[in-house]
Every structure is written in structure tokens, then in C-alpha cells.
Design a protein around this ligand. Structure first.
Ligand code: ADP
Length: 738
């Protein structure tokens, strides 16, 4: 910002200096182009010259006389003169490319007049039709053209002849009338003994200014000090001349060409008198301009099609206030504005840059933080993965088929006992695979290569660092580039410990199965072998004549009776349980759920009728292969239980349905009975002799037998129950029975 202040001061003082230099200049040369030859019409300028008003303003003024062929507007525009005296027709030439400015108005009324000799009887513009008129373009003709248009007269009906002298040519009968100056010509003709008629513009509503002082816009504003000085001195000259006309006439008579063109003191005096009427110094200050009148003149010209519509009064009237702005303040303001704009742009760009840098910094910081987090996470994940790989004994390997380079993770090297040297001599994993698994391993590798293999874990045995075969689980994937397998990578999990445990478990399970079978056999043999003696004991006991037993033995006999009864019942239960042995697969038949249910309903018809049980069925699975004996036992038990434990208040409704999933066919038996308090009895419900309703007769072995049936054939049973609402048993029959 500091730099900007310096820059501003520099420009400001440079401009001040430049303007003060121009002030100190002496006697600026100025050329003034008059509208016509030297005469009283330009008295003010001569007065300013001879009375030293121009000199007082440091001006060296050269006054250039006019005449036929001398065009003041052109002379000012092409630089032959700085200022000019002309009439309001400068408006017609005020185009945008070469703009003109009016500096002061000398005559408040137009001096132009059409003069004709009395005997021509030209009293109004219409009298000119068919006549000839002497005209000098740019010397008032446009004002009369305006009058003709206003009066509806086609100017083409008047023959125009260029004027080379003043009004004398009408005496010479060159034409019927002449456009000339009111101030000199009528008197001149009268003096020569001619009677004349005049047509004045003001009489036809065209009240234009007369002589005006003008310049080009460029000239006027290039050095406004000079322009102002010139206007000031000229107007001062006019005031002087109007008061001291004789002194000025004396001077005019000394000027070249005055006498030659027939002018004399008498004419000049008349001219001065007529001119005063047009200048009106008593009423209006010399030089005064009214923008309204200019506007009126322009509009009239435009209405009549004499002035281009694009012409405006913008900048037309010289404005000394504006000049200051134009002279140096305007450029200075423009410059300052430009500098300010540049400063603002720099500040904005600077600010935007700083903001962008801030945003970028924040983004970078966030990015760094994110990366750090990601790195930490990656490190954590890496550590976690390493931990998992280590603790699960998982090895990683990769085989680059393009370079044939095989890489193994540290873990894998540890498992296989590979050393760095082995890697260098190109360790071949196939050499370590157990001969029995080698074929399978090679086959899988080939399938991998051809992309026909699914990704799944395969079990191998492979030689470890101690030269012992260990079990591993392996999985691999291929990387394909341009439809070619370029890499195979995979994982290998050391499952030796698990495998050992599995083998142990298998052994235990086999042993258990064996002892279970032996137990079953034992129970079977025992129950059958005991059956005969127990039946005998029961029969013999019943044959005892109790009357012959004395009181003392009676007590023992009663106790023996109770024990015999208990032994008999227990043996019966045992026989019932043992009788439900695993059926051979071959005894499986296709179970039709609906058929089985109907058969059971028939077999217990009485109970169903008494309990008024209602059945709803929905067998989405219709049939399944199963042991008919077992299935009947299961379904019968569940239905009879539902009847036994039905609600007292509501009729029994049984919903029986089947569905399936991948592993099981699922049978649901749902009742609306009294329900079971599972919170208390969940673990006991399928146990032997477990009963929860002592008031209802039962043995507590039905659910125990069902469970053993179901599990024997690879299935499972679950129960859901709400006290007072009902119970649902869900039986899962295994689809694949070993
Ligand atoms: P029980 O011969 O006593 O019915 P179970 O083994 O069949 O023997 O049933 C064990 C116990 O489970 C029953 O005593 C009874 O309390 C309860 N129970 C079994 N099925 C139902 C059922 N559908 N609704 C309510 N309770 C039941």
C-alpha cells in the first residue's frame, strides 16, 4: 500500500508541475479567422488588438480577414487558425469526428438578409420562386433554406448563383436577389441611389444568432488558459469598440483591402449602428449564450432535414468549468482511477492469492493429517495382519510367472524351513508336498493356471523344517494381464495342531461310539435277560398268601411288593427306550406328512373327539425319506402331549407345518395349550423322567425318546413356549444322514 501512495504523489506533482510550466509561458501565438473582409463587423477583435487586451493576456493574436473562398470552419479544423468568427451554421458541421465548440455569441440576431431591388417586387420568400439569387454557401444560405422549407417552398424552384462580390451584382443584373449582410449592404445600395426590399429571417420565425466566436473542441480545450484569455480579451475588445466606434473605424480604415473594396468611414459608421442593433449591448452582455436558443436552432435545422439527427449539443458550448477538468484534472482523475483500479485489482488478487494459499495450506494440512491417519491405520492394520498371520501361522506366497520368481513370507519360510539360499536356488514347493497329495496339488495348480478353479481352501501335507509332514490349508488366486495369467499368489495355514486334535477327537468319538454301542447292547441284553426273572418274581409275589404271613413279616412283604412293582416299571421303561434303536438306512421310507398325520389322527380318534382338537396344516414340504417307526413315534408323542396339556378354557388348535432350508426339513407342531415355564425348565425338558404337571398323568420319557430318535438320525429339536398361551416344538430332520 505504501508504494501506491508514493506512486500517487508522483503522478499528482508531475501534473501540477506540468500545468505551472504552461502558466509561465509568454505571448502565446493565436490566429483568428474572420468571417469576411475587414469591417466593423469584427470591431471587438481589432479593439482588443490595438488596446493591448490580447497582450495583457499574454496572447500574440493575428487577425486573418475572410472573403470569398475562405472557409473559417475548415481553417480552424485544419489548424490554419485557432479561433474563428462564423454564424450558427457551425451547428451543421458539428460532427462527432471533428467536433466544434462555440465560445461566445457576438450578435444576438442574425445579420443575414435577402436584398433585392425594389422594382423586382420580391417582398416575401414565395416571390423568389422562379427567380435567381446570389448566394455564398456557408454565408447565411442555410438560414434562408430553413425559411423556404418552413414556408413550403421547394428551394429547387429558385436558381442559385454563387456570389463573388457583395450586393453590387444585383445592380449588374446578375441575379434578382442576393443573400448578404444587413449591416452594410442595404445602406451601400441606398447610398448608390437604389431602392431595395429586404427579407429578414426573424420576420419568418427563424430567430438565429448572428456572428459567433468558435473553435474546434481540440483547440479550445488543448490549452484552456489560452482559450479563456482569448475570449476574455475579445469580449473586452467588443465592449471597448462599441463605446469607441470612431477610434476603431479609424483603425479599420488603415487595414489592407478596406478601401479597395469600396468601404469608407460613412459605411463603417452605418455598419456600426446596424451592428449595435444586432449585438444589443444595452440588453445583453456581449458574448452571452443561451443553450435554449442553440437547442431551438439545432432542432429547427433537424426538423427541416438540414442537420443530421446524430448532431447534439453535447460539448458544443464551451464550458470553462469543464475545461479545468478536461485540462489536467480529467486525465489526472482517469489516471488516478486507473491507478486505484490497478491497486484494487492488485489488492484483490493479493487477497485472493492469500485466501487460496490459506485454503491450499488447510487442504494440505488436512491431507497430511489424513495421510498420517491412513499411514497409522495402515501400520496398525499391517501390525494386526502380521499378528494374525503369525498367531494363526499363516504364510503368504507369490509366484511371478513372467520372471519365474517365487517369494515367500517370513512366516511361510519359517513353516517350511526355507533359507535365503534355498530361495536363490529356486525352491520348488512341489518337492515338499507329500507324495500322496502331489497329484491333487498339481491338478489344482493347473486348474488355477487355466482359471477354471473356484477359490476354495484345499488341504495338503507338506514337509516342514524338521522334515516332518504337516497339514496345511491352502488357497490361491491368479492375476491376469492382457488375458494372460501372470501371477499366482496364495496363503497357506498351518493346521497341523488342529489336525492332530481332529484326529484325537475322531479317535475319542469312535471309542465313544463303540462304548455306547456296547452300553446299548448291555442295556438290551440286561433288559431282556432280566425280563424273565422279573416277570417270575412279580407272578410269584402275587401268589404269596398274605394271610399266612405274620404281622412282623407283613411289613417286609409290603416293602418287597413296592420294590417289585418299581423294578417291573423301570424294566418296562428301559425296554421301551432300548427298543428305539437306530434304524438302518435301508428301513427309511418316503414319509408323506399328510398321510402320516391322518393315520395318527385315526389311531387316536377317541382322544381327538373328546378333546375337540382342531388341526391346521401347511405342508410346504410334502414328503421326506425317514424311518417310519421313528416319525410315527415323534408325531404321536407331540400330538398326545398337546392333547394331554391342553387349556381347560379353550378348544385345542394344532398348527402343523413343514418348511426346509439347505440342511434340514423342518416340522413345526404348535398348540394353544397350557404351555411350559421354560425359564425354569429349559434345560430339563428333554431329560428322562422330567415332568412339570404332576396333576396330569404321565411318565416323563416321551420327549426324552423323541430327542434321542431325532438326534440319532442327525437332527435336532427345539421348543418355544409361553405359559398359558401354548407350546411349539420345532424338529429339524437332517437331509443328509450319515
Ligand atoms: P409325559 O409322559 O409326562 O407327558 P413327556 O416326556 O412327554 O412325559 O413330557 C415331559 C413333560 O413336559 C410333561 O410332563 C409336561 O409337563 C411337559 N409337556 C410336554 N409336552 C407338553 C405340551 N405340549 N404342553 C405343555 N406341557 C408339555
Amino acid at each position: 500500500m505504501k508504494h501506491c501512495y508514493h506512486l500517487f504523489s508522483f503522478f499528482f506533482f508531475t501534473l501540477l508541475f506540468a500545468s505551472s510550466v504552461s502558466l509561465s509561458q509568454e505571448l502565446k501565438p493565436v490566429k483568428l479567422q474572420l468571417k469576411w473582409r475587414h469591417q466593423f463587423q469584427f470591431a471587438g477583435y481589432y479593439a482588443a488588438q490595438i488596446k493591448g487586451f490580447y497582450k495583457d493576456e499574454q496572447l500574440e493574436v493575428k487577425i486573418l480577414p475572410g472573403g470569398p473562398g475562405i472557409l473559417p470552419i475548415d481553417n480552424v479544423l485544419n489548424g490554419k487558425a485557432d479561433f474563428g468568427v462564423f454564424d450558427p451554421t457551425i451547428l451543421l458541421r458539428n460532427d462527432r469526428k471533428k467536433p466544434l465548440v462555440v465560445l461566445a455569441t457576438i450578435m444576438q440576431s442574425s445579420p443575414y438578409v435577402i436584398i433585392s431591388l425594389k422594382d423586382k417586387k420580391i417582398l416575401s420568400p414565395s416571390d423568389l420562386i422562379g427567380r435567381t439569387i446570389l448566394v455564398q454557401e456557408d454565408q447565411g444560405w442555410s438560414i434562408f433554406k430553413a425559411i423556404l422549407l418552413k414556408e413550403g417552398i421547394n428551394a429547387n424552384n429558385i436558381k442559385v448563383i454563387p456570389r463573388s462580390k457583395d450586393s453590387e451584382e444585383i445592380i449588374e443584373n446578375k441575379a434578382d436577389a442576393v443573400v448578404t449582410y444587413l449591416t452594410t449592404q442595404p445602406q451601400k445600395l441606398k447610398g448608390m441611389g437604389y431602392e431595395v426590399n429586404l427579407i429578414r429571417p426573424v420576420e419568418y420565425g427563424v430567430d438565429f444568432y448572428g456572428d459567433v466566436l468558435f473553435s474546434s473542441l481540440n483547440n479550445a480545450y488543448r490549452d484552456t488558459e489560452k482559450t479563456d484569455a482569448f475570449i476574455r480579451a475579445s469580449l473586452k475588445g467588443w465592449e471597448y469598440a462599441l463605446k469607441h466606434e470612431d477610434e476603431i473605424i479609424d483603425y479599420i480604415l488603415t487595414l489592407p483591402g478596406v478601401k479597395e473594396y469600396g468601404n469608407n468611414r460613412k459605411y463603417l459608421k452605418i455598419e456600426a449602428k446596424e451592428l449595435k442593433k444586432l449585438i444589443m449591448p444595452e440588453l445583453i452582455k456581449v458574448g452571452h449564450m443561451n443553450i435554449g436558443r442553440w437547442q431551438y436552432m439545432l432542432e429547427l435545422y433537424q426538423q427541416l432535414g438540414l442537420a443530421d439527427k446524430s448532431i447534439t449539443l453535447k460539448n458544443f458550448i464551451y464550458n470553462p468549468k469543464e475545461k479545468i477538468l478536461r485540462d489536467w484534472l480529467m486525465p489526472a482523475i482517469y489516471l488516478l482511477c486507473g491507478i486505484l483500479l490497478v491497486i484494487i485489482i492488485i489488492v484483490i488478487i493479493n487477497w485472493q492469492l492469500r485466501e487460496r494459499v490459506k485454503i491450499k495450506t488447510r487442504e494440505l494440512e488436512a491431507e497430511i493429517l489424513n495421510r498420517k491417519r491412513a499411514e497409522d491405520l495402515a501400520n496398525d492394520s499391517k501390525e494386526q495382519i502380521e499378528l494374525i498371520l503369525k498367531s494363526a501361522n499363516i504364510g503368504l506366497w507369490e509366484w511371478d510367472l513372467k520372471t519365474n520368481l517365487k517369494t515367500y513370507s517370513e512366516q511361510w519360510c519359517g513353516i517350511l524351513g526355507i533359507k535365503q539360499d534355498d530361495l536363490l536356488i529356486d525352491f520348488d514347493p512341489f518337492d515338499s508336498i507329500h507324495p500322496d497329495d502331489l497329484e491333487k496339488a498339481k491338478q489344482i495348480f493347473q486348474q488355477n493356471l487355466s482359471g477354471t478353479r473356484k477359490r476354495e481352501l484345499v488341504e495338503f501335507r507338506i514337509k516342514n523344517s524338521n522334515d516332518e509332514y504337516i497339514h496345511i490349508l491352502s488357497s490361491s488366486r491368479i492375476t491376469v494381464e492382457n488375458e494372460q495369467t501372470v501371477k499366482i499368489s496364495g496363503i497357506a495355514i498351518d493346521i497341523e495342531k488342529i489336525k492332530k486334535k481332529e484326529i484325537e477327537l475322531l479317535k475319542i468319538s469312535e471309542e465313544l461310539m463303540q462304548s455306547n454301542n456296547e452300553l446299548k447292547k448291555f442295556a438290551y441284553i440286561t433288559s431282556h435277560n432280566l425280563r424273565g426273572p422279573v416277570v417270575n418274581i412279580v407272578s410269584l409275589f402275587q401268589m404269596i398268601n398274605l394271610d399266612k404271613i405274620d404281622d412282623e413279616n407283613q411289613v417286609y412283604i409290603d416293602k418287597i411288593g413296592i420294590s417289585v412293582d418299581k423294578l417291573d416299571r423301570t424294566l418296562n421303561d428301559l425296554i421301551e427306550i432300548v427298543s428305539h434303536q437306530k434304524p438302518e438306512n435301508k428301513s427309511f421310507t418316503i414319509i408323506d406328512f399328510k398321510v402320516e398325520l391322518d393315520e395318527i389322527i385315526q389311531s387316536i380318534e377317541m382322544q381327538i373327539v373328546t378333546s375337540k382338537a382342531k388341526f391346521n396344516t401347511n405342508f410346504l414340504v410334502k414328503t421326506m425319506p425317514y424311518s417310519k417307526k421313528y416319525f410315527e413315534s415323534i408325531l404321536l408323542n407331540l400330538i398326545t402331549n398337546a392333547i394331554k396339556y391342553k387349556s381347560k378354557d379353550e378348544p385345542l388348535i394344532l398348527d402343523i407345518s413343514t418348511t426346509e432350508n439347505e440342511e434340514y426339513i423342518i416340522l413345526k407342531v404348535k398348540d394353544n395349550g397350557i404351555g411350559i415355564d421354560l425359564e425354569k425348565n429349559k434345560t430339563k425338558i428333554f431329560g428322562l423322567y422330567q415332568r412339570f404337571e404332576p396333576n396330569i398323568e404321565g411318565k416323563g420319557i416321551g420327549l426324552f425318546i423323541i430327542k434321542s430318535h431325532i438326534e440319532t438320525l442327525g437332527g435336532k429339536i427345539e421348543v418355544n413356549s409361553d405359559l398359558g398361551k401354548g407350546t411349539t416344538f420345532i424338529i429339524y430332520f437332517a437331509k443328509n444322514i450319515n
